[in-house]
Write a protein that binds this ligand. Sequence first.
Ligand SMILES: Nc1ncnc2c1ncn2[C@@H]1O[C@H](COP(=O)(O)OP(=O)(O)O)[C@@H](O)[C@H]1O
Ligand SMILES: [Mg+2]
Length: 384
Amino acid sequence: LRVIGLSSGTSVDGIDAALTDITGHGPRVRLRLLAYHTFPYPRGLRPRLLALQSGGRTEDVCHLNAYLGELFADAAKRLAESAGIPLRRIALIGSHGQTVAHRPDPVREGRYRVRSTLQIGEPSVIAERTGVLTVADFRPRDLAAGGQGAPLTPLIHHRCFSHPRRNRLVVNLGGITNVTWLPAGGSLDRLVAFDTGPGNMVIDGLMERMTGGRRTMDRHGRTASAGTVRLELLRSLLRHPYLRLPPPKTTGRELFGRPMIDRLWRRVSTSVPPRDLIATVTAFTASSIVDAYDRFLRPRGVVHDVIVGGGGVYNKVLMKQLADGFEPVPVHSMAVHGIDPKAIEAMAFALLAYTTMQGEPNNVPQVTGASHTVMLGKIIPVID
Ligand SMILES: Nc1ncnc2c1ncn2[C@@H]1O[C@H](COP(=O)(O)OP(=O)(O)O)[C@@H](O)[C@H]1O
Ligand SMILES: [Mg+2]
């Protein structure tokens, strides 16, 4: 089947769209990427979406949900068009939407323990504009089953990278970093996956702070490469309590977004030059990943390959620090393994839509903490 996957992550940088060709079932499923593109959000939208995450108005949530539905639909249409494949030849769209709130820890309401998550980008709009059956909102079902609703990418990591004789670690450098441990020859129920902590989020946040919003990333790691890592600051950052928390665990902007950036900026902006600060938080990001491996995964076995995806693969300093940290284990971009490192998230949602429509359970309970397997997503049907 031809399936389009759509997603936007915690970086809130735009819509990743992947057109895939998927065949087979279960462990023998095969994915091929036919086309991929990132559609950046229109100017000014990112701050409005970020504002939602820190207490926006209900009307804004309502409006932006429908507006993002239009943008996600356009992304699917434009991707199919660029690939020269008419929409009627697309079997499914799997859309993650944009997370605006994620509260997996239970809040008491009388006799209920309420756990919630909210992704916007109305799938009814996507189905209506494209005429393609759309599966969306993958996280709530896992939460309903007692899980954290995240991470959801381990399934595709397993299907694309599991190796019969090599222990592999997949590292996704999004806004937050999540890792998937794939023991050699292991089935889905033997993988381990969790968020290690920051990905690009702290780097991005400080770049934005330092440049008054002119730059939102350290492109190719240029700023970090001109700076020096301040070891004392690095050591204090590495004392962050999240890093010590045993998996399963997930995190987001609450811990490594604005509040952390503001605190850090107040503490060091007068004493540490900007490029040293970026070099140091880049090292913090890399070290927190190596640290997670040392603490929680190395006891399970020695890793043979580290496979890296997400926008962070383009940060040369971050990649170099990761390579140094895992030395002598090879650290490579997913590209070396034949998968576009920016496309993998969007491909993950194509696979989730596909498996749900095949009637295959597709959450990974030991990873999310759900009490059982479920089929994720809500289905918006269309008339043929
Ligand atoms: N050329 C680049 N150089 C350095 N960092 C980059 C580059 N391209 C993307 N990134 C980083 O990757 C982030 C986006 O990665 P992505 O995988 O889309 O994350 P998310 O899933 O959180 O949206 C950007 O915010 C930026 O920090
Ligand atoms: Mg992104």
